[in-house]
Design a binder for this molecule. Structure first.
Ligand code: SAM
Ligand code: SF4
Length: 434
């Protein structure tokens, strides 16, 4: 097997305080050991984080039965059928990836775990159970740690739901998308509406909490069609619903062969309908695309939106880790074969870099302003290590334009700010360098 390229330390030596550390995979450069990378990240710097935020763990499982034409996630059709799924090898490599990352999260507790994909429900409950046990053996989990698994509603997966629960998963997120067979076919889905209904019924029986993913503004969808999808989902009284507008992502089949989609006015009427029907059904819209009953908000996603930390393991996984004086972003090797080889050899990180001080306000807002309740000003200081004065000017401007409301402690997007989120976020972009 080819030795994977090691993480190299391209700029750490001789850095002055405040400069940005950046590491990348490169066969030719000098290799940086874990100790060197850690030492670089622990050095004094221009930020001061008084406390580290809650830590989540994201685990990426990259295979699907087939690739959907709209999907730009790091997901790959499993070649040679399910029997060819290298699940044992992949879980072993995940454990190796986690072990290599442990020095960067030493002594920290894990608040939530998300097994995402791809289609994690293609993995057997035994392998998922082995993975969860391996995580527990290496990292302390908070009592009641939320452990979510993404599942597709095929019959094959559905039969395994109870076994996933027994393996330690305590929340299921089911990718239904629509209950209209014609829409599902156009979306290239491998399941139909009857299978979606059966999967939700099974999830409701087996799990105390679960999520349904729906998409709207689908090819050929009418307002009545969108309403019917919503009613079908709400009939199950889901504790949590995520509703995304279908977007055409670059480098997908739909980008190459665009389907006819509802126009902006119709899409906006659909969103109004979603807000109205979910509200009437007792689900609160607490984030741009997320609706929940009391006590059922997605704790893992909330940690992202509250600018918490997350370690990402598995092919192409992203991570964000805080240290006393800096915040670091990591990306794992994207190609599953390259990631497998990397993790097995002890180094699956493709690149990592320190977030520039000037980028932190925008990065924080990109997450926090997605929340209907906004954020506490003290949380901004705690999570970014910056003084609140760093956002005084754009906040004033946002308030002047009626995009946020605030008091001395809290900032909240107004209804207008929530509807025109991009205009609001733009105010926090770093000033262009001269
Ligand atoms: C990581 S995906 C995978 C979940 C699962 N494999 C599935 O497809 O059912 C999570 C969710 O993102 C949403 N999604 C994926 N691609 C999208 C797109 N192009 N536009 C809008 N939502 C999208 C879908 O609702 C999907 O359920
Ligand atoms: S099943 Fe989900 S992750 Fe897989 S290709 Fe389709 S949308 Fe993407």
């Amino acid at each position: 097997m080819k030795r994977p390229s090691a993480v190299t330390l391209s700029a750490a030596k001789g850095l002055a305080g405040g400069e940005i550390l950046r590491f990348a995979q490169d066969d030719k450069g000098p290799t940086a050991t874990v100790a060197e990378r850690l030492a670089a990240y622990m050095r004094p710097g221009s930020l001061t984080l008084v406390a580290l935020p809650p830590l989540s763990l994201y685990v990426h499982l990259p295979w699907c039965l087939q690739k959907c034409p709209y999907c730009d996630f790091n997901s790959h059709a499993v070649r040679g059928g399910l029997d060819a799924l290298p699940e044992r090898r992949y879980v072993d490599a995940l454990i190796a990836d986690l072990e290599a990352a442990l020095p960067f999260v030493w002594g920290r507790r894990v608040h939530t775990i998300f097994l995402g994909g791809g289609t994690p429900s293609l993995f057997s409950p035994d392998e998922i159970g082995r993975l969860i046990a391996a995580i527990r053996a290496r990292l302390p989990l908070e009592p009641g740690c939320e452990i979510t698994l993404e599942a597709n509603p095929g019959t094959f997966e559905c039969e395994r739901f109870r076994a996933f629960r027994a393996a330690g998963v305590n929340r299921l997120s089911i990718g239904v998308q629509s209950f209209d067979d014609a829409r599902l076919t156009l979306l290239g889905r491998v399941h139909d509406a009857a299978q979606a209904r059966a999967a939700i019924a099974e999830a409701k029986d087996a799990f105390e909490t679960f999520n349904i993913d729906l998409m709207y503004a689908l090819p050929g969808q009418t307002l009545a069609g969108c309403a019917a999808d919503l009613e079908a989902a709400l009939a199950f009284e889901p504790p949590h619903l995520s509703v995304y507008q279908l977007t055409i992502e670059p480098n997908t089949y739909f980008a190459k062969f665009p389907p006819a989609l509802p126009d902006d006015d119709l899409a906006s009427s659909m969103l109004d309908l979603v807000a109205e029907r979910t509200g009437a059904a007792g689900l609160e819209r607490y984030e741009v695309s997320a609706y929940a009953r009391s006590g059922h908000r997605a704790r893992h996603n909330l940690n992202y939106w509250e600018f918490g930390d997350y370690l990402g393991i598995g092919a192409g996984a992203h991570g964000k880790l805080s240290f006393a004086h800096r915040i670091v972003r990591q990306v794992r090797l994207r190609d599953p074969a390259a990631w497998l080889a990397g993790a097995e050899a002890g180094s699956a990180v493709a690149s990592e870099h320190e977030v520039a001080r000037a980028d932190l306000p925008f990065e924080f807002m990109l997450n926090a302003l997605r929340l209907r309740e906004g954020f506490a000003l003290a949380r901004f200081a705690e999570r970014t290590g910056l003084p609140i004065t760093a956002i005084a000017r754009p906040l004033e401007e946002a308030e002047r334009r009626g995009l946020v409301e605030r008091d001395l402690q809290h900032v909240r997007p107004t209804a207008r700010g929530f509807d025109f989120l991009n205009d609001l976020l733009e105010l926090f972009l770093p000033a262009p360098s001269p």
